[in-house]
Write a protein that binds this ligand. Structure first.
Ligand code: Z5A
Length: 216
């Protein structure tokens, strides 16, 4: 039986997705589990170019529909050039964001029609659904504080407004409640504590792929 699994980490800015992907990758490497890591938007040549366009216009006047279609353009390449080939080769894929980001940010956050967003996303992904989406849940203010400590050039709350990010967080909570393949993990506490929670969740959910509970 293939041990390939498509695992996605999601959450508001500063929730610790990048940090946790790095820790999970080190854990899997130590256990000899073949895997790839990637971020969205990005992960491919064209996806990284799209990411550059989005970041360059972060504070500009980009219609939400344009933002949505750029995210999905990057995703179409990501699925076809990274995720499907890795799964076909029997590898684990650890992704930093995927379609829940689009539902949470463009749907709940920007207010685009969720059904339309889902239909367009299904076209971009060719119907691919992750095996597990883990939402790292953190109060918006705590995520911003972490980013401020890191020295991000401009606090996301300042750029988008706290109300926008609160809608995103509530969107994530609603998605976890609706979707059977999604789980919420408390992202408070130090990075090692959050890592242990993730290892336990992965080991319990897919014991044939992941090397056992945290501490074992
Ligand atoms: N976006 C979208 O709108 N629609 C979509 O479909 C997709 C994306 C795919 C991409 O940002 C933007 O695109 C994003 C959503 C949108 N922004 N907005 N708005 P990104 O994914 O490249 O980056 P980010 O999520 O906005 O920010 P981030 O800082 O990379 O967040 P993170 O990965 O969750 O956190 P981190 O890098 O691991 O940690 C941040 C800092 O906190 C760092 O200094 C760490 O050392 C520290 N940290 C991490 N964990 C801890 C703990 N546990 N305690 C204390 N400090 C910690």
């Amino acid at each position: 039986m293939s041990r390939a699994r498509f695992i996605v980490l999601e959450g508001v800015e500063g929730a610790g997705k990048t940090t946790q992907i790095r820790l999970l990758s080190a854990w899997l490497a130590g256990a000899g589990v073949e895997h790839v890591t990637a971020r969205e938007p990005g992960g491919t040549e064209v996806g990284e170019a799209i990411r550059g366009v989005l970041l360059a216009h972060r504070e500009g006047d980009v219609p939400p529909e344009t933002e949505l279609l750029l995210m999905l353009g990057a995703r179409a390449a990501f699925v076809r050039q990274v995720v499907r080939p890795a799964l076909a080769a029997g590898k684990v894929v650890l992704a930093d964001r995927f379609d829940f980001s689009t539902f949470a940010y463009q749907g709940y956050g920007r207010g685009l029609d969720l059904d339309a967003v889902r239909r367009l996303n299904a076209f971009a992904t060719d119907g691919l659904v992750p095996d597990l989406v883990v939402v790292l849940d953190l109060p918006v203010g705590e995520g911003a504080e972490r980013q401020a400590r890191e020295g991000s050039e401009r606090d996301r709350i300042e750029v988008e407004g706290a109300a926008f990010l609160e809608r995103v967080r509530e969107g994530y909570r609603a998605l976890v409640a609706q979707e059977g393949h999604a789980r919420m993990v408390d992202a408070r506490g130090d990075a090692e504590a959050v890592h242990r929670r993730l290892r336990t969740l992965l080991g319990d959910t897919f014991p044939e792929t992941f090397p056992g509970r945290a501490g074992s």
